[in-house]
Design a protein around this ligand. Structure first.
Ligand code: HEM
Length: 403
């Protein structure tokens, strides 16, 4: 058996290794010993709270991977990147147009659908005392909700599962993707855009009360998204809207089942679900890291990151930084200060945070009330390959009964 000697210069390669997926946190602790470390492939990894926060706010750091020598292969091939991969002034305008459609009324309109969906998913499992939380609840819920918000008809939802799991792989660094995965993602991208093109045409002719109809109507005083950007944005919303939320729900239940005392407190006080979801966004977040590119030489923490370098902001490591959080490795929903990076920070802060919070909190309330004596079947559970958007592939739970 060959053993890799782990140095600070190849620690991030270890993070990407699927063998580390179940528990990357000891590697993050070692990375934090050097707040900004350069890896063997030239990537810079930033792992401490102060430095991540500093870079999230620094205009010399870009979200546009096309400006990096090592940018994502899959993204470089796409003609119009979604606005998450753009910089000002383009990003500022596009984000404003999207935010105008994320109205509190629209989110409130969606809110009333969430609990009935969770209840129906659990009802379907009522006769069994074992089920897979991922397949049976955590995955279908966000797909249903995001499709409803955007205006995708329910009968088309299953197609998004396949497309989005192909596309989500491309959010990992290029070196961890196989050629087959890159090709599959490219194929899915063509199919999803073709589908969305037709749907936006339908909504332009016959508007409904959904986000897509709002975007294609073009009556925003700030203007209208050009068609390629509209399609890229819709695709981003569909994927960002469920690939992350599924992991927030699953990681939350995993943490609760590993901490039965917290689960008991939640059962007695369902409102603790709000702080529980917030703590999971810090303790075991769905988005572990984001990649940026430097637009200029950038001195930070005694290192100068050269212009054009790929920089990994290791959000999940920053959210466990002992210099910032009391007892960071403890799962403690009642912690007094919880300024985590679960939804990023600054200009690219998550657009869907209010919706994600609503879904996770509702799911946790229902699950904690309806599952009687739940237990984990496999410890640790099997994980999906993805390192950036990280979460279990399955979470088998057994319980006495589902009420
Ligand atoms: C951005 C996390 C749910 C849409 C982000 C970012 C993070 C994040 C960390 C920052 C990216 C960066 O700095 O590069 C999450 C988590 C979620 C979640 C953990 C669920 C638990 C959602 C949902 C939607 C959404 C439900 C849509 C309905 C977006 C969009 C951006 C974004 C469009 C890009 C914003 C920009 O670039 O200005 N999200 N997200 N997210 N998220 Fe979320």
């Amino acid at each position: 058996m060959t053993q890799t000697f782990v140095t600070s210069r190849n620690l991030f390669a270890q993070v990407l290794d699927p063998a580390s997926r179940a528990n990357p946190y000891p590697l993050y602790a070692r990375l934090r010993e050097t707040p900004v470390s350069v890896q063997e492939n030239g990537t810079y990894v930033v792992s401490t709270h102060r430095e991540i926060s500093q870079l999230l706010h620094d205009p010399r750091i870009s979200s546009d991977e096309r400006k990096s020598a090592q940018g994502s292969k899959a993204l470089a091939e796409s003609e119009t990147p979604p606005f998450i991969f753009t910089d000002p002034p383009e990003h500022t305008l596009f984000r404003r147009l999207i935010m105008h459609q994320f109205t509190p009324q629209r989110i409130a309109g969606i809110k009333e659908h969430i609990k009935p969906v969770v209840d129906a998913l659990l009802d379907a499992k009522r006769q069994q005392n074992q089920f897979d939380l991922v397949q049976d609840v955590a995955y279908p819920l966000p797909v249903t909700i995001i499709c409803r918000l955007l205006g995708v008809p329910p009968e088309d939802e299953p197609r998004f599962r396949v497309w989005s799991s192909d596309l989500v792989r491309t959010l990992d660094p290029t070196e961890s993707l196989s050629e087959a995965e890159v090709q599959k993602a490219a194929q899915s991208r063509v199919q999803i855009r073709e589908y969305l093109k037709q749907l936006s045409e339908t909504r332009r002719m016959h508007p409904q009360d959904d986000l897509l109809s709002g975007l294609v109507a073009g009556d925003d005083p700030d203007g209208r998204l050009p068609e390629p950007d509209l399609l890229a944005t819709m695709q981003l919303l569909l994927i960002a809207g469920h690939e992350t939320t599924v992991n927030l729900i699953t990681n939350s239940m995993l943490a609760l089942l590993r901490h039965p005392d917290v689960f008991d407190r939640l059962r007695r006080n369902p409102d603790l679900a709000i702080q529980t979801a917030e703590e999971v966004l810090r303790y075991d977040p769905p988005v572990q890291f984001r990649t940026r590119t430097t637009l200029a030489d950038l001195p930070i923490a005694g290192v100068t990151i050269p212009q054009g370098a790929s920089v990994v902001l290791l959000l999940a490591a920053g959210s466990r930084d002992p210099a910032y959080f009391v007892d960071p490795d403890r799962f403690w929903p009642e912690r007094p200060d919880n300024e985590h990076f679960g939804f990023g920070g600054s200009d690219h802060y998550c657009v869907g945070a209010p919706l994600a919070r609503l879904e996770a909190v509702t799911a946790l309330k229902v699950l904690s009330q309806r599952l009687q004596a739940p237990r984990l079947v496999t410890e640790p559970p099997p994980y999906r390959k993805n390192a950036a958007l990280r979460g279990p592939e399955h979470l088998q739970i057994t319980c006495d009964y589902i009420s």
